[in-house]
Design a protein around this ligand. Sequence first.
Ligand code: DQA
Length: 143
Amino acid sequence: MKILVINGPNINMLGIREPGVYGKQTFQDLLWLLEETAQNLTISVTQFQSNHEGAIVDMIQAAYGKYDGIVINPAAYTHTSVAILDALKAVSIPAVEVHISDVDAREEFRKHSYPGLYCEKTIKGQGLDGYRQAIIYLKEKYA
Ligand code: DQA
């Protein structure tokens, strides 16, 4: 099974950005967690991070026919991007949305997600472990 993990803008700043909200673990810690999860579940996990909406759309399109599942944290694009929603719909790959923080307990504008309208599940407020939970969900349902 092949899973693509997509991270949106500023996720590469984990550990530096707002540690009170996102925790002290770094982006490198996230990459290690993904590697470890892939090894434990004997699946392939590829990570892609971009600060650019179009690059994320391009990556989702490139995933067509190549990946069995997508885990996506669209970050700030969660709340604005119809383009990412439409790309997910276009490729029709099973997807789970992850948010490190509990977006429902924050500002009003963070409560709405465009990509979440496509994703079959949203995991929020679980820190980096949310990514592991999302991967396990996809493996159990689709492997
Ligand atoms: C986030 C929540 C978003 O509202 C925010 O813009 C982010 C990160 C999260 O993982 O909690 O950049 O997606």
